[in-house]
Structures are given as C-alpha cells and as structure tokens.
Design a protein around this ligand. Sequence first.
Ligand code: NAI
Ligand code: COI
Ligand code: MG
Length: 362
Amino acid sequence: MGQLFKVAVLPGDGIGPEVMAEALKVLDAVEKRYDVKFERTHANVGGAGIDLEGRALPETTVNICKAADAILFGSVGGPKWETLPPDEQPERGALLPLRKIFGLYANLRPAIIFPSLTSASSLKEEVIAGGFDILVIRELTGGIYFSQPKGIDGAGRDRVGVDTMRYSVPEIERIAHVAFQAAQKRGKKVCSIDKANVLSTSVLWREIVINIAKEYPDVELSHMYVDNAAMQLVRWPKQFDVILCENMFGDILSDEAAMLTGSLGMLPSASLAEGTFGMYEPSGGSAPDIAGQGIANPIAQILSAGMMLRYSFGMIEAADAIDNAVAKVLDKGYRTRDIYQEKAGEKLVNTKEIGDAIIANL
Ligand SMILES: NC(=O)C1=CN([C@@H]2O[C@H](COP(=O)(O)OP(=O)(O)OC[C@H]3O[C@@H](n4cnc5c(N)ncnc54)[C@H](O)[C@@H]3O)[C@@H](O)[C@H]2O)C=CC1
Ligand SMILES: CC(C)CC(=O)C(=O)O
Ligand SMILES: [Mg+2]
C-alpha cells in the first residue's frame, strides 16, 4: 500500500469548479502512475458557501481543511455577492480568513514562460527571447489586507475609509528567509520590492531584509521601489530571479508577471505555512466574464496541484511530470482561448480538451 494524502478540495465560484475538475483528473492520473492515493473531501467556499450553507467560510469547510494534509482551492467571488457587507463577501469572508487560520504566510507564484508560448506574451518576442523564470514571493498574512484598524467610519459625506498597513519584525524576517532560501536553489538573486521613500512599513522592511541577507552571503540582494518594479517587469523581465514583496505589492506584481507568461490562467501558486501544510490555487480569480462557458484555461489550477505534490507531499517526480506534460501539450499547439493566436500549428481547445491532452501526455 502506497502513501495516502488527504486533500480538501474547495472549488469555489465562477471558473473555479470548471478548472478544478481538470486538476482532479490529473490527480486521478497521478494515482494510476504512482503508488499514491489522494483522499479528497469536497467543501463549499466563497459564494458557494454563502448560497449552500449561509456563509462564505462554513465551519464544516474549516474542519475539512483542518483534517487535510493540503487544500486545493479554486477561486472565489463574483458580482452576485458584491453587495453583501464586505466582511461577508467571498474574498474577505473566506479567502483571507483561510490564509490567516492556516498561517499561510508565504505565497509562491512562479512566472515562467513556456518556450512555445513566447508569442502569447504581451511583450515583444525579442524582450522575452530565451525565456524568463521569475519566482514572486509574496507575504500573505500581513500588511494592508489584514492590519487593523480597517473599515468605513462616520455617516454620509463625512464617512472615511480606513486601511492600515502594519508589519512586525518577525513577519518580515520569516518571509525574507523563504525568499533567500528559494534563491539559493535557483538564480541566487533576491530583489526586494518596497516603497521605502514613502512608507514606514517599507523602511522597516528594507532594514530587516538587509539584516537577513547577511545569513545568505551567496545570494545577491537588490532593492526596488514598487512603481519602478512594475515598469521593469515589462521592460526587461529577465533581470529578475526571486522577487520578494509584501502582500499588496505581491498581489499586483504577480498578476502583471502572469500576463508576461501569456495569461493569468497560466500562473499557479502555493500558499505555505510552517511545516508542510499549504493551500494551492491559481493566482487569478473566478473570471466571471468567462465562467460557465467551459473555455477557461485550467493550466494554473493543474500546475497548482503539481505544486501541492512538490511542496506538501514531497512528490518531486510526479510534480515534474505534470510540469512536463503541460509543456508538451503547449509544444503540440493546444491552446485555450486566452493563449490562442490564429496561426499555423495552434489548435483552439476548451477547458476539458486541454485537460485531457495534459493527462494523455503525463
Ligand atoms: N484567489 C481568488 O479567489 C481571487 C478572487 N478574485 C475575485 O474574482 C472575481 C473576478 O475578479 P477579476 O478582477 O475579474 O480577476 P480575474 O483574475 O478573475 O480575471 C481577470 C481576467 O483574467 C481572465 N482570466 C483569469 N483566469 C483565467 C483563466 N484561468 N483562463 C482564462 N482567462 C482567465 C478573466 O477572464 C479576466 O478577463 C472578483 O470577485 C475577485 O474579487 C480575484 C483574484 C483572486
Ligand atoms: C482577495 C484577494 C486578496 C485575492 C487576490 O487577488 C489574490 O490572492 O491574488
Ligand atoms: Mg490577486
């Protein structure tokens, strides 16, 4: 009897269930090829949680996640729930609390351009020739998304909206260690993003990152203001190896980095706690504009399942096999609409068809 891993499956809203179905098929295929069993328990989250159980993050869902070795998450949110009180909405009522409850402070978002997709990138081919391989490391449980006070005070035209950006020394230290250790295993460069010319959190961030860097003399550290970083990413992405960001900067820059790879639908992510527990989800959202049409790109969700095997289950060979199968399918010209161009060798396929092709190439 091989290994058994418990996976909490939270498809969520919009394209979430559509792309999740393909990732689960890939897990089925992995079970057939490797001596492993993924015991999957489905749970409602986000809008699905509100509609079916009355709240975005039902207690049953939290308990299913607590009993699991990892969470495979789709995406949450959509117009249907946007008029609810902010704290009851899918994003603030489920996704952010899940990150907090499980201490998922380290968000890894690898933006890698597949060689056959260079023409799908929004950048000129000469800028990305030879490819790039960026790992965005985003602090995920602190900063302006979580700090208190937060809210809208007062009445009528006297109302003020308040958000607070706060970072403690230990919060900065632990995410900096993640970035330097990741860099040691790859290009040995960390570019730390901040706005230290304006924000006090950034002044502290920069000071702490410089201190932590002393423990990693083999890694080259540089600093960049976030506005410049947004520009440099589209100017010359190859200059970056590991990009270390606080929560909101990482949220924004990782969507930008995703598009450089061809589509937001290509970018997976791992949200890691101390130890091996993690939540794995595409970097993008529920894409209400294309939901229900069966045309979403499931690659980010499938690669996220691959990251789950790599980071939570230590199944490096199977994770590599998933990455390779995706590369092969792209080489063969299979394209969902978001990465399709009308040219020789490209086949426009839907969500299910590209999922089937990836399994056939596993
Ligand atoms: N982790 C999560 O659950 C996240 C949830 N959201 C929520 O998702 C909803 C929509 O937000 P948006 O700002 O529109 O961002 P989005 O990421 O859902 O969509 C942005 C654009 O990217 C496209 N896109 C995203 N994923 C795709 C895929 N797999 N295949 C093809 N195209 C894809 C969409 O069609 C859309 O044009 C909102 O309710 C938002 O709060 C947004 C980001 C993350
Ligand atoms: C609710 C948001 C913080 C979700 C998001 O945009 C993300 O995690 O990338
Ligand atoms: Mg985002």
